[in-house]
Design a protein around this ligand. Structure first.
Ligand code: ATP
Length: 277
């Protein structure tokens, strides 16, 4: 057995797998969301496997945020089931969810850093919420996270308002990595970045994914991110997943939404971000 397969086997074990069978990190079954008469989606099924990067694409209002927040237990959909690390997200009591929550890191579109805290303090705060760590040790680990995302050490002492958009995203990512998560959940990670910062961020994701063996679930409109970073993509439109599969295959599917999405030209200054519906 080579290093890589040995790694994967031990990882599968760590994830509760048996005989090398890969249990999904995220398992979505028959998910449904309605608001009164308004059906957002129904019948969503999705598996995201260990070390896979899954991209979710869909028009505005198709329910991407609802899907994402259902996965991290912030929203309870009207029907169906979401399991993360084998635990039912809606059926698990809050106190037990705390244990699952430290196994993932989330980067929201707005980066959601506390504006009154420095980058360092933002990261330390997350660590202290979950671990009883001496301040000095927490600061040292936070400095490592800052380095890991390619920020200069001095950025750690800055407030979010003193950083560029790209640096803020990296700081948000450093905070998402604070607890050494196995799963990274990213909401439009390159939205709003200039083309160079977006390309830089994509490289960073590729590198982190390789070095940290991360599973990644991300929502995006960035075609370059889909092609360069994602293993599979799920297209959410017409209240369901139109297609789920490798990006190259899905992008060839003969559906008007998919054709429009994958053929759309990058918006000027948006670094390959495709047009929203
Ligand atoms: N609390 C709510 N009450 C009623 N309707 C809601 C509520 N939350 C979301 N919706 C509706 O559900 C649909 C899906 O919302 P969601 O935010 O998940 O879309 P999205 O795909 O993330 O869109 P965007 O790309 O524009 O952010 C939208 O039509 C939205 O108006």
């Amino acid at each position: 057995m080579g290093h890589a397969s040995r790694d994967r086997a031990s990882q599968a074990k760590a994830h509760g797998g048996d005989d090398g069978k890969r249990r999904p990190v995220i398992r979505v079954r028959d998910l449904e969301q309605r608001f009164g008469d308004h059906l957002v989606f129904e019948g969503l099924d999705l598996d995201v496997f260990p070390r896979e990067v899954m991209g979710i694409v869909g028009g505005s209002g198709s329910g991407k945020s609802i899907l994402l927040t259902s996965i991290i237990g912030l929203h309870t959909p009207t029907g169906g089931r979401v399991e993360v690390f084998g635990q039912d997200m809606t059926g698990t009591p809050l106190r037990e969810r705390h244990g699952i929550q430290r196994r993932w890191g989330v980067l929201f579109q707005s980066d959601a850093l506390f504006s009154n805290l420095t980058v360092m303090e933002n990261i330390v705060r997350v660590m202290k919420e979950h671990h009883d760590l001496p301040h000095r040790l927490a600061s040292e680990v936070a400095a490592l996270k800052v380095d890991m995302v390619g920020l200069e050490p001095e950025a750690a002492w800055k407030y979010p308002s003193e950083l560029s958009g790209g640096m803020r995203k990296k700081a948000g990512l450093a905070r998402a990595l604070a607890l050494d998560p196995e799963l990274l959940v990213l909401d439009e990670p390159t939205a709003g970045l200039d083309p160079i910062a977006a390309a830089n961020f994509r490289q960073l994701l590729l590198q982190l994914r390789r070095t940290l063996s991360l599973t990644v679930f991300l929502v995006t409109h960035d075609l370059d991110l889909l092609h360069e970073v994602c293993d599979r993509v799920a297209i959410l439109a017409e209240q369901r997943f139109l297609e789920v599969g490798p990006v190259d295959e899905v992008s060839r599917a003969d559906h008007p939404f998919i054709q429009r999405f994958f053929k759309s030209e990058p918006e000027p200054g948006k670094g390959g971000r495709a047009e929203k519906e």
